[in-house]
Design a protein around this ligand. Structure first.
Ligand SMILES: Cc1cc2nc3c(=O)[nH]c(=O)nc-3n(C[C@H](O)[C@H](O)[C@H](O)COP(=O)(O)OP(=O)(O)OC[C@H]3O[C@@H](n4cnc5c(N)ncnc54)[C@H](O)[C@@H]3O)c2cc1C
Length: 353
């Protein structure tokens, strides 16, 4: 079979890249091994333009957030499935000092489009410990990833554009302008293989910093409508079920849930909300995070038919739509990639290895 693009992986990055290439009417095939560790199917799916302890605007938010809304909306129409849930995020302040710091930026035009309002005292409508008030964030919400990935998988299957099997890079034959893989001949192969990149012989020189994360699922009698974030996130899933996360573990990469994480997340939930709850589930995944916290996108320094779209780290939901589009514009129209995401920034590591 002759292809324009072979994509390895159908997580969030492979799916969004496939979608953009299909829009360009390219002949594509996706190979995905449903048995591998898939960060995308564990992720809470939250998109949030103001994050972190210091309440800073997400890098490139002014491009990413309008784009993601349009893109997931388009995909909902094409796939006839509802998976995007726009929900405000409430971020209670930790102290008066934090409230003051925030006030200094609340009217900054860089922040204003992402803010509904700032509360300077406790808000009785949230069952949350917020004595210093907090900020209600706009253009936020979550993507129901199992639903999106399942619908997209079905779409690719119906179009005969998906093979569910393990891709073995030892069987790849590289030529100057194409690659061969078993019965497939393709002009380009793009790796969207998430944390599996560590054993990918073509890109294992890139400085990934994989981070394990755990989540717990809770049931509580208290109804919370908005996503609450401070140290942890509390994501309401309906019928008084909540997903609470996440932990960050840079040392241990064992794909197993731990009692420590369950206790830690439970304690943080109690500090934040003081509502009774029962833990009904726990999940674990590994994030494909990078040393400089920017994605890894581009073509291999030596083998031009081989590319990568990976390193989406903790923000796959907000980064994937915008950068899948930018990568396809680069591949098809020769437009520039942002230098912060282009793997060319690390080519020296390849030549030094
Ligand atoms: C606990 C946790 C919570 C998170 N919460 C959020 C959140 O709220 N918001 C957010 O934006 N991000 C979140 N993330 C991060 C998010 O999950 C990642 O940014 C994103 O899922 C990365 O997607 P990906 O497609 O690059 O990789 P993956 O989702 O890992 O997909 C890679 C795919 O490639 C396939 N594959 C790999 N190797 C092969 C092979 N050799 N052959 C065939 N197939 C292969 C795998 O099967 C998989 O389907 C979270 C992550 C974790 C772990």
């Amino acid at each position: 079979m002759n292809l324009d693009y072979l994509i390895i992986g159908q997580g969030i990055s492979g799916s969004l890249l496939a979608y953009h290439l299909i829009k360009y009417q390219k002949k594509i095939l996706v190979i995905d091994d449903p048995k591998s560790n898939v960060s995308s199917s564990v992720a809470a799916g939250i998109y949030n333009p103001i994050t972190g302890r210091r309440l800073v605007r997400t890098w490139n938010a002014h491009h990413l957030f309008p784009f993601l809304k349009k893109e997931y909306g388009e995909l909902e129409n094409i796939l006839s499935a509802k998976f995007m849930h726009p929900v405000n995020i409430y971020r209670p302040f930790t102290s008066i000092a934090e409230q003051n710091d925030w006030m200094a930026k609340a009217n900054d035009p860089m922040y204003r489009p992402f803010v509904v309002e700032t509360k300077i005292g406790s808000d009785e409508t949230y069952p949350v410990n917020d004595p210093f008030g907090g900020v209600v964030i706009d253009q936020s919400g979550y993507i129901d990833l199992p639903k999106f990935l399942g619908s997209f998988c079905q779409y690719l299957t119906n179009e005969s554009r998906l093979r569910e099997e393990y891709f073995d890079d030892n069987d790849l034959e590289i030529h100057q302008h194409q690659v061969k893989y078993r019965d497939l001949v393709t002009k380009k192969i793009i790796f969207c293989d998430g944390t599996h990149i560590k054993s990918n012989q073509y890109f294992n020189w890139l400085p990934f910093r994989l981070v394990k994360g755990e989540l717990i699922d809770l049931k509580s009698d208290v109804a919370i409508d908005n996503i609450i974030i401070r140290g942890i996130f509390v994501l309401p899933l309906g019928s008084n079920f909540y997903r609470v996360g996440a932990t960050y573990d840079w040392e241990n990469q064992l794909l197993k849930t731990t009692d420590e994480a369950k206790t830690d997340l439970g304690q943080k939930f109690e500090e934040l909300t003081s509502v009774p709850y029962e833990v009904v589930g726990q999940q674990v995944g590994i994030r494909p995070t990078t040393k400089d916290r920017r994605p890894f996108i581009g073509l291999h320094p030596k083998f031009e038919p081989i590319g990568i779209f990976n390193g989406l780290g903790t923000k796959g939901i907000s980064l994937a739509p915008y950068y899948a589009n930018q990568f396809v514009e680069y591949l098809e129209n020769g437009r520039e990639l942002d230098s912060e995401v282009n793997i060319a920034r690390y080519f020296s590591l390849y030549y030094l290895k």
